[in-house]
Design a protein around this ligand. Sequence first.
Ligand SMILES: [Zn+2]
Ligand SMILES: [Zn+2]
Length: 317
Amino acid sequence: MPISMAREQEILKLPPPKRPPRRTAPRIGIHTSTAGGVENAAERAWRLGCSTFQIFSSSPRQWKPYDLGPKQCAEMRRLREKYDLKPLVIHASYLLNLAGGNPEFYAKTIAAFRGEVERALALCADYLVVHPGSFRGASREEGLARAAYAIREGAAGLDLAKGSLTVLVENTAGAEYSLGASFEHVAALVGVLREYIPVAACMDTCHIHVAGYDIVSPEGYQATLRQIDEAVGLANIPVWHCNDAKAAFGSKLDRHQHIGQGTIGTAPFKRLLNDPRLAHAAFIAETPIDQPGDDRRNVEALKRLVGNSQSRHHKSR
Ligand SMILES: [Zn+2]
Ligand SMILES: [Zn+2]
């Protein structure tokens, strides 16, 4: 679900932090605005206390991508180096429907996805996150086949491996005809695409929860992670989206909430962030901005959960 940036505070207009923000292992970040130029996102992410971040490389609700000059890409690289910000994750536009039925729209989507890959390569991004799309007007299997073909076609002839770019298929909330709410569908898509491009998965906590997988109870958490591991493989998930949920468990409603203030609550995030099986992953919030400073507070909320009583040095589970 798109996150509202309407009330975003212009952190670049505030004085920069006096000391470098505390860093954590694993890396924690948030979806960050590119207003005023894509390179500004890196400066914002650092000031928000992030060690990784996610951006849109086009307006999420418009087909026209923003201009990406070589100068901007170079500045992005410089700032990422300076602040040790990695990985850089790009979330594809919400307008894309990779599984879409209408031929005209499908062609438009493939061309737009190609633009996403080109911009991700230009920005030296590590990951490009996509939603598998909606299979309305077709069967689920046809939808999955279409999504796989669209990604393959969109990336054809572009050297993702050389650019160290991996496409990540994200699990979804499962509303109506949306593909990817089940871990098996994510795994199926990843499996088909593996032959053609570097591909892995991205898991979103809000989507897992509203799709009806229990991550809230301690036993549920273990069972759900086992399911994810069996279907996709935890090692194949380099990025987790950390979002609490406004809607109820199993509701299939994709509404993100501030960390610890929704129907998921704090404890599951603490388990995730300190789970030794996920130590390789980056954790990125896509939480709403209802009040100025909410972005910084959500980054802080996640960072506070790292270590403490469930220290990474005591792997006693
Ligand atoms: Zn969502
Ligand atoms: Zn997400």
